[in-house]
Design a protein around this ligand. Sequence first.
Ligand code: DLZ
Length: 159
Amino acid sequence: MATSLKNLSDYDPQSVPNASELSIGIVVAEWNMDVNTLLLQGAIEALKKHGVKDNNIIVNYVPGSFELTYGARVMSENYDVDAVIVIGTVIQGETPHFTYICQSVSYGMTELNLSCDIPFIFGLLTVNTKEQAMDRAGGKYGNKGVEAAITAIKMALYN
Ligand code: DLZ
């Protein structure tokens, strides 16, 4: 797996623009909440580190990853946000739904990116085991939530 070759949270802080004027929405799936809580913490810490104000970080929840696309669209319609991050964890070993859910979220995010005026950031862990998920939620491969937050800042200021 490509992401096992590097720490996901390795990035040059100097390369991240100042984000103090940004508002960022985060939609979190409640399925595998133990992992998602760690991803969310990583994302919020990274946003704040680069200047996003506490009250400009809006967090909403949906039941599972399949609902992330709808949650992200509603977030973009109901709040004045500059980017939306979706956070979820789909574990292959636990569900035959794996492929369908991952493809659905991937397709949904692409659709939103094509049809809306703000970027939607894919913070979905798609792994084989819970251990692999924890490795990417603050474990030995960093925190995918941090990566999603940095991507959101860069894309919100993209022109
Ligand atoms: C049903 C289901 C299964 C089996 N596995 C996961 C999972 O690993 N991660 C996740 O975020 N959600 C899972 N879900 C729930 C679906 O995403 C969705 O909430 C339900 O199918 C209802 O639409």
